[in-house]
Design a protein around this ligand. Structure first.
Ligand SMILES: [Mg+2]
Length: 96
């Protein structure tokens, strides 16, 4: 298997969304959210460091599927606007 270069990621996200479909990837996102919640709870609420590796894995899983959902045309523009507004608010809050 050839390793992908980072600039190839956007194309892979779009291909994956087409291949699996929006409905399937929305369900995948729900599943990955659940998995991340479980490992965050184990790593931080139970203070068990061995789960930090699983946190990293689940963050990657969730990010990959979120990148796909962000590319759904009806979501894309609103996502960008919301992200900008929320990041600006955050910067204001922390004095950035
Ligand atoms: Mg996962």
């Amino acid at each position: 298997m050839e390793t992908l270069a980072e600039e190839e990621f956007p194309e892979i996200y779009e291909q994956a969304l087409k291949y699996f479909g929006e409905q399937a990837q929305a369900c995948q996102a729900m599943e990955e959210c659940g998995e991340l919640i479980r490992v965050l709870n184990k790593a931080f609420n139970r203070k068990d460091d061995k789960y930090l590796l699983y946190v990293a894995e689940e963050i990657a899983d969730l990010e990959i599927v979120l990148e796909q959902l962000k590319r759904i045309p009806e979501i894309s523009d609103f996502y960008k606007i919301n992200k900008m507004i929320k990041l600006n608010k955050l910067a204001e809050t922390i004095g950035g």
